[in-house]
Design a protein around this ligand. Sequence first.
Ligand code: FES
Ligand code: FES
Length: 154
Amino acid sequence: MKVELKVNGKPVSADVPENTLLVQLLREHLQLTGTHVGCDTAQCGACTVIVNGRSLKACNVLAAQMQGAEVTTIEGVAAADGTLHPMQAAFKECHGLQCGFCTPGMVMSAIDLLAHHPRASEGEIREQLEGNICRCTGYQNIVKAVQQAQKATA
Ligand code: FES
Ligand code: FES
């Protein structure tokens, strides 16, 4: 089937089997491999992208459901000149990553969090990021990064 949507601001169309997941559309058909697959069962959050302004686990929806949607992936958050998004910059500065596997999904969830709760408390940040699993950092520096981005964009 043909799916037409916008990805990172650009119109795209792809011919995909009906059972194609959004994460497969992104990674295998559009070569946007910054969106990771950690579990394939909607638990780890590595595949998180933003769809129509809300974060969503791309392993948990069909590409067919994205007809007409606006999808933003980690490849679409930096400025056109390569300047990092404030959330990316904060993760870098606060050492909010080690292996980096969870990081694209973490950053997308954190961007969504601050877009809807700009004054989120530490507890709310931890709660909102519960759907994103990191095997490396112990989360402390991830929370610090979100708080730094919060200050930078206040
Ligand atoms: Fe989608 Fe883990 S790969 S939540
Ligand atoms: Fe390695 Fe999070 S930085 S899984």
